[in-house]
Design a protein around this ligand. Structure first.
Ligand code: SUG
Length: 445
């Protein structure tokens, strides 16, 4: 039976803005208060989805969250009509208002961890939404994420959904941003790499000094248990705390894997040799490519600025691998030189395609942040909500929907406008019809 890896990208929501909410994420902090363009952001994301569809990939789309989240504002004591809630929050606690408006669910690499059926004991595809507890604006995502995932992958014969992990920093979980899977073919059992930034329960272990480590080892272990993975197909690796302190807030900012390729910066991990030996022994006998980028080739600073490792590595229908990179990689001389030479070397990666996702990049989200990978058999793919899959028609519908509902300029001041709530909820209500998701949003219940 044929197996494939689908990418489910997050559709950028109508309230996309730059709020500087993510301490430790350099781009988010340096673009705080910049003027955003939600329409351009959503169209950039859709153009990438459509391009991957046109390359013969299976491409899906995940709906954004309901924003602003007025329920969380009410829970925090802002009362009255919607307009009063917004106005009070704007005047008394603008940072909280910004958090309630964040369109951060676009970065679906953080939506959940997904394990394919080939690795799980019950032969189902497992999903655990990430609790994202390290950042308030993201910690309000997992319930609705769970609903969207259940509506998209609803067939319980094939898909198993878990509740997000308990909401505490000791179980901080950021989903697939710290998880990658190596395998020979998508349908064969593989090795799932869980990369953690620190231990939640053992303060004597190494940890970053300046910026937070969002993912804990204990969270990764819990997800592996829930997904019924065996020791033979899991490897845990600690992220190098020094690179977290240089702005590598998720492992997918410094390493990315696909099938038998692990593309990584030499400073990405702690105890790299031991971890790689374990990967080799669990992977089995066939060729495995560890593509190491040295600091002399690309510095950590350039990797963070260009998002060289926040690229997608795709296996195209021809069997060749391609890198999907942001245009920032083209603009950075060291990174561009590296990528141009990479495709001429003896590795499976033979193509590089550059995409403009600048609206997302300015908040620290590259091509790989925007997608959640789901490896599927043909049968499992047939069980996915068909309206969530990209096609010529779906692309046209979604583009029109964005053109109709989205603003092309948003500042922090605009967020006190009650009309934003009306506009955003109307757009989302229509989206659930386009994607045939049912009532996934609290305002629809
Ligand atoms: O969680 N940025 C996101 C970016 C997530 C990127 N994801 C991966 N690397 N997988 C974050 O830091 C910024 C929001 C703001 O500042 O407006 C933000 O949430």
């Amino acid at each position: 039976m044929n197996h494939l890896e689908a990418n489910f990208d997050g559709l950028v929501g109508p309230t996309h803005n730059y709020a500087g909410l993510s301490f430790g994420n350099v781009a988010s902090q340096s673009n705080a208060a910049a003027i955003s363009n939600p329409k351009a952001a959503a169209l950039q994301g859709l153009a990438k989805m459509k391009a991957l569809h046109d390359m013969g990939m299976t491409q899906g789309v995940l709906a954004p969250q309901q924003r602003p989240d007025l329920n969380v504002l009410r829970r925090l004591g802002f009362s009255g009509t919607d307009a009063q809630v917004l106005d009070k929050a704007y005047r008394e606690a603008p940072s909280i208002l910004l958090a309630a408006y964040s369109a951060s669910s676009m970065w679906t690499a953080n939506a959940a961890t997904v394990s394919p059926s080939a690795d799980s004991a019950d032969r189902k595809v497992h999903f655990t939404p990430a609790n994202l507890v390290n950042k308030f604006h993201r910690s309000i995502e997992p319930d609705v994420t769970g609903r969207i995932l259940k509506a998209t992958f609803s067939d319980s014969n094939h898909f198993a959904h878990h509740q997000h992990l308990p909401e505490h920093d000791q179980f901080g979980d950021e989903g697939a941003a710290n998880h990658t899977r190596l395998c020979r073919n998508y349908g064969e059992a593989g090795v799932q790499l869980f990369v953690y930034g620190r231990y939640g329960f053992d303060a004597s272990q190494p940890a970053p000094m300046k910026y937070p480590a969002r993912q804990t080892r204990e969270a990764s272990e819990a997800v592996a248990r829930l997904h019924q993975l065996s020791d033979a197909n899991t490897v845990y690796i600690q992220q190098n705390p020094d690179v977290i302190d240089q702005g590598v807030f998720h492992n997918d900012v410094i390493a990315v894997g696909n099938q038998n390729v692990l593309f990584y910066h030499e400073q990405a991990f702690l105890n790299t040799d031991a971890a790689f030996a374990e990967i080799r022994s669990k992977f089995g006998d066939s060729p495995l490519h560890f593509i190491r980028v040295g600091t002399d080739q690309v510095s950590v600073l350039d990797a963070v600025k260009s998002y060289l490792f926040n690229t997608q590595i795709l296996t195209l229908p021809s069997g060749e691998m391609a890198i999907i990179a942001p245009t920032e990689c083209q603009e950075n001389p060291a990174v561009h030189a590296y990528l141009s030479s990479l495709v001429t070397q003896d590795t499976p990666i033979k193509q590089v395609h550059y995409f403009d996702v600048k609206q997302s990049m300015q908040n620290g989200g590259g091509p790989a942040c925007l997608r959640l990978r789901v490896a599927l058999s043909e049968q499992e793919k047939a069980a996915v909500n068909a309206e969530s899959l990209m096609s010529e028609r779906k692309y046209a519908e979604l583009t029109q929907w964005v053109e109709k509902h989205y603003r092309d300029r948003l500042t922090a001041d605009d967020l006190r406008d009650p009309q934003m709530v009306v506009e955003s909820y109307q757009a989302l209500d229509q989206l659930t019809q386009i994607l045939k998701l049912g009532s996934v949003y609290p305002f629809q219940r």
